[in-house]
Design a protein around this ligand. Structure first.
Ligand code: GDP
Length: 196
């Protein structure tokens, strides 16, 4: 995908503050510190459009971006960070659920996990909830540069078995090397109908 423009639109918590649902949308979710901001920046060929977190668990709003005036990207707040105050943690679930339920233009939910840690309970909860909102989950395992080639191949097979899919359907990604960027764009293009 040739990215000609990528702009931050706004941050919101409540549906009345979301931008109007005009473009096909892809949302990105994952545990705090998983590498979500880096992944979005890598997709968009931008260094710092999405702030790479110094303080995990700090981004507590839903951030909307417009890409090539054709697509909307949504950065959902990271979950699972132990040191987030209870009050913020309790707001996370309803904020995400409301977003998933109320966004008619949402075409895909990119669920980002760390290839070394694999799938954890809160990742699984999110992955399993996507179909309830008629949203297609896309499973992406990032920081793939941290595993050696053989370990990576083995991990991919394990993950494919766990989800009952083919190894090729488990997307491996690295923001450091760009591995998986094209495959993820192809998937996003397929889900949104934009040209890859
Ligand atoms: P977020 O909290 O999920 O948005 O995670 P960030 O994108 O802020 O990344 C968290 C940390 O992981 C940062 O120190 C990044 O430099 C690092 N990181 C993110 N993606 C990768 C990757 O693909 N490979 C490696 N080696 N490090 C990464």
């Amino acid at each position: 995908m040739k990215v000609t423009s990528a702009e931050f639109v706004k941050s919101a918590e409540l549906p009345e503050h979301y931008p109007p649902p005009e473009l096909p949308e892809i949302a990105f979710a994952g545990r705090s510190n998983v590498g979500k901001s880096s992944l979005i920046n890598t997709l968009l060929n931008r260094k710092k459009l999405v702030k790479v977190s110094g303080t995990p668990g700090h981004t507590q709003l839903i951030n909307f971006f417009t890409v090539n005036d054709a697509l909307s990207f949504v950065d959902l707040p990271g979950y699972g960070y132990a040191r987030v105050p209870d009050e913020i943690r309790e707001r996370w679930g309803p904020m995400i659920e409301t977003y998933l339920a109320e966004r008619p233009t949402l075409r895909g939910l990119v669920c980002i996990m760390d290839v070394r840690r694999g799938v954890e309970d809160d990742d699984m909860m999110l992955i399993e909830s996507a179909p309830l909102f008629a949203v297609q989950p896309v499973l992406v395992f990032t920081k793939a540069d941290k595993l050696k080639r053989n370990a990576l191949r083995k991990r991919r097979r394990e993950l494919a078995d766990r989800f009952g899919v083919r190894p090729d359907d488990v997307l491996l990604f690295s923001s450091k090397t760009g591995l998986g960027r094209k495959e993820l764009w192809d998937r996003i293009a397929q889900l949104t109908g934009v040209e890859s």
